[in-house]
Design a protein around this ligand. Structure first.
Ligand SMILES: Nc1ncnc2c1ncn2[C@@H]1O[C@H](COP(=O)(O)OP(=O)(O)OP(=O)(O)O)[C@@H](O)[C@H]1O
Length: 293
């Protein structure tokens, strides 16, 4: 599929945090998408959208360097993907914690600090103090201080998600890759977590690339969206991309974008990707008869 950008990507004098040039990805012998161009500047908030199974998580894996691009050029923080180490924070697609899990929220955050740390160790007490300080600071930042000492399995979905965001942030990444962080949260928690991510982006200058099933909770905060389709993609400001005309062109089938009275977007007619994994998303509603953008 040919590239279908609606407007030229903004030209920034600074090197982009993420740069994809004519990138194609193949998994299991199938091309998921191709001809994808994307430039994400420092401090931008970008959403990756599209139907189930289209390859949104795979795009994140390309940026992490765990999924190679089949074609094209990918740069992350000025280097090859996977080379930026702790400069990239990652929140994988949500996996819920078993209610009986005794690990505390602080331990979950600590995993992000200790994870794969190696090299010349700091003196033990100094290292411990630095770790404790940063873990407490980031738990405070995400508003989780009230429950971080509870077993994670006893925290609510929204509380768990905040702690996982803290884990992704604990090493002060410049780029935060979030795979459906609002998945399974109720509307008030979606709004609260979206607001938190927006503040981290705006106030701390962290670049955010976030896979989303529903763009509405983050719509007002986004600089750009990338809409993936079988074969191709379109990227640009939300107001230019999430339109009946652009999505109809991208999906080559009539797609209608409706705006509800409270400003939410609903996309009607967006096709499913050919290989659905409805097993993981049985409760979602994205087919031809309408779903959130
Ligand atoms: N290692 C793999 N081998 C074969 N197929 C794979 C592999 N990884 C992913 N896929 C397939 O690639 C497609 C894209 O998967 P991906 O998880 O990136 O989609 P997605 O857009 O994030 O989906 P969802 O919205 O449902 O989470 C799916 O059909 C998936 O089954």
């Amino acid at each position: 599929m040919a590239r279908q950008g609606t407007s030229p990507e903004p030209v920034s004098a600074a090197a982009p945090v993420v740069a994809l040039q004519d990138v194609a990805v193949r998994v299991g012998g199938r091309t998921l998408w191709s001809g994808v161009d994307l430039r994400v500047g420092a401090g931008e908030f970008v959403a990756v959208l599209g139907p189930n199974g289209v390859g949104k998580s795979t795009l994140v894996k390309v940026l992490l360097g765990v999924q190679p691009a089949h074609e094209g050029r990918v740069r992350v923080l000025g280097g090859a993907p996977g080379r930026a180490g702790e400069r990239v924070g990652y929140l994988p697609q949500r996996r819920s914690f078993d209610a009986s899990l005794r690990m505390r929220g602080t331990d979950v955050v600590r995993l992000g600090w200790d994870g794969d740390r190696w090299g010349v160790p700091l003196p033990r007490s100094r290292a411990r103090r630095a770790a404790r300080k940063r873990i407490a600071e980031v738990i405070e930042r995400v508003g989780a201080a009230g429950y971080a000492h509870r077993p994670i399995g006893q925290c609510s979905g929204g509380e768990q998600q905040r702690l996982l965001i803290a884990q992704a942030l604990v090493r002060r990444p410049e780029l935060l890759l979030l795979d459906e962080p609002l998945d399974s949260l109720d509307l008030p928690n979606q709004a609260a977590v979206a607001s938190l991510i927006g503040r981290i982006c705006r106030e701390e200058g962290v670049t955010v690339v976030m896979v989303a099933h529903d763009v509405n909770p983050i719509l007002s905060r986004l600089d750009r969206v990338v809409y993936l389709a079988e074969g191709g993609a379109v990227s640009g400001p939300p107001a230019e991309v999430i339109t009946s005309e652009t999505l109809t062109r991208l999906y080559r089938t009539p797609v209608e974008v409706l705006r509800t009275s409270d400003g939410r977007l609903v996309v009607v007619g967006q096709p499913e990707a050919p290989a659905r994994h409805s097993d993981r998303h049985a409760d979602r509603h994205t087919g031809r008869d309408g779903g959130p953008a």
